[in-house]
Design a protein around this ligand. Structure first.
Ligand code: URA
Length: 442
């Protein structure tokens, strides 16, 4: 078999055989296939696509390119959650303790911020003392004892994705449904949970900007999960504006604490309960979405979800005094109020630009090795659809110094559109995708 022929087949629009796909993944990970041939194949896949069978074969070949996590020693149905990435998306930090407090074990490997999107590990690490670099045995022990842990990737998990993702990043082949689906699902399958909930974001702050492509991505990922014998459900959720009021690491942890104490923003609380309800069904703890939602609401109301967050944070070495009293995090030295230039409505928010502004304030990394400023970020006082009066505060930008503020301010201000008329209302949840099909809510 030759890479030349595989590239030619895909270039001409043919479906690749299992052997061809496995040959590519094996050869590229082994260093036998040069980057220029791998790049040519990725571009051919980008342009010609892959059918469901090819996408599943690619995912399984990538999954098996490195170590696999075996969670079978942890009792219960283990349910994983993955978000395709958003701005202000702190749902994992709230949903994991809600679901674990109701008896469904969660052994979660999360990622760091990527581009304009935040990452769960960075948020967690803003809690002093907390470690996400925990070895496999201790990780399992925490999940067995406390029902939940969130750590970074350990071991040599899915090396094929690391290599292929890095190549996609520099060859303009990121935005391809089969390539995104195989990248995400190979990591979810290797991480070993029995069932998977996917939160596929749609809108100006998401990888997929329109609903139809978000649904197509969700369908591809659900088909892969089900094909691999793992029940998989996807919710398509709104990322046309940031979720909640807080963007930035410690700010988001404080908002999660408010949410688990029953005082969180309505949109965030609603979305967390919807995601938790799905996970409770997948975990066999609820039989209907209504039951799941009401269990999640009770776990917030009776304090058990907040207690579970504290338990998990303590087990990972974090100082829970910061959760009991979030004012201990302190505040960034510079707090700049952004005000409305005129009367009207906040008609649109370029959410990717808001995420970029947050990175420029110091809440994310411009380069791989940058240190994060845990106190930097944005507090939104208004969100999409709200009425604003000239001079009224819209947001507070938090950062270390005037230089960071000068970089981020135009990016943030340029992300806002003020119009005379309110925008059409948009739902928080657009659709639910399962093996049975697509259920659209809007
Ligand atoms: N997240 C991933 O892990 N992979 C992609 O391709 C896109 C988003």
């Amino acid at each position: 078999m030759r890479m030349y022929d595989i590239i030619e087949h895909k270039r001409d629009g043919r479906a690749l055989s299992d052997e061809e796909i496995e040959f590519f993944v094996r050869g590229y990970v082994a260093g036998e296939t040069p980057d220029y041939q791998a790049s040519a194949l990725l571009m051919a896949i980008f342009l010609r696509g892959m059918d469901a069978h090819e996408t599943t074969t690619l995912t399984l070949a990538m999954e098996h390119s490195g170590d696999l996590v075996d969670l079978s020693s942890i009792p219960g149905i283990k349910v994983d959650k993955h978000s395709t990435g958003g701005v202000g998306d702190k749902t994992s930090l709230a949903v994991v303790p809600i679901v674990a407090s109701l008896g469904v074990p969660i052994a979660k490997m999360s990622g760091r911020g990527l581009g304009h999107t935040g990452g769960t590990l960075d948020k967690l690490e803003s809690i002093p003392g907390l470690s996400t670099a925990i070895d496999r045995d201790r990780f399992f022990q925490i999940v067995r004892t406390h029902g939940a842990a969130i750590i970074g990737q350990t071991g040599n998990l899915v090396p094929a994705d690391k290599l292929i993702y890095a190549l996609r990043d520099v060859t303009a082949t990121v935005d391809s449904i089969p390539l995104i689906a195989s990248s995400i699902m190979s990591k979810k399958l290797a991480a070993g949970s029995d069932r998977i909930l996917l939160d596929v974001k749609t809108g100006s702050g998401a990888f997929m900007k329109d609903l139809d492509s978000s649904i197509a991505l969700a369908e591809a990922m659900v088909a892969i999960g089900e094909g691999a014998g793992r029940e998989t459900v996807a919710l398509i959720t709104n990322m046309d504006r940031p979720l909640g009021h807080a963007i930035g690491n410690a700010l988001e942890v404080a908002e999660v604490v408010d949410t688990l104490r029953g005082n969180g923003p309505a949109d965030l609380t609603h979305e967390c309960c919807a995601l938790a309800a799905e996970m409770l069904i997948l975990g066999g703890r609820a039989s209907t979405l209504d039951e799941g939602r009401s269990l999640a609401e009770q776990a917030i109301a009776n304090g058990s979800a907040f207690a579970k967050l504290c338990e998990m944070v303590a087990a990972q070495g974090g100082d829970t005094a910061y959760l009991e009293d979030t004012s201990r995090f302190g505040a960034a030295p510079v707090a700049h109020e952004v005000t409305a230039p005129r009367d009207g409505y906040l008609a649109a928010i370029d959410t990717t630009a808001v995420g970029t502004a947050s990175v420029e304030l110091g809440a994310g990394r411009e380069t791989k090795d940058d240190a994060i400023d845990y106190l930097a970020g944005i507090t939104l006082l208004k969100n999409r659809g709200d009425a604003v009066a000239a001079g009224e505060p819209i947001a507070i930008l938090h950062t270390a110094d005037e230089a960071h503020l000068a970089a981020a301010r135009p990016t943030f201000e340029g992300a806002l559109t003020i119009a005379s008329e309110p925008p059409a209302a948009e739902p928080l949840l657009f659709a639910r995708v399962t093996a049975a099909g697509v259920e659209r809510f809007a």
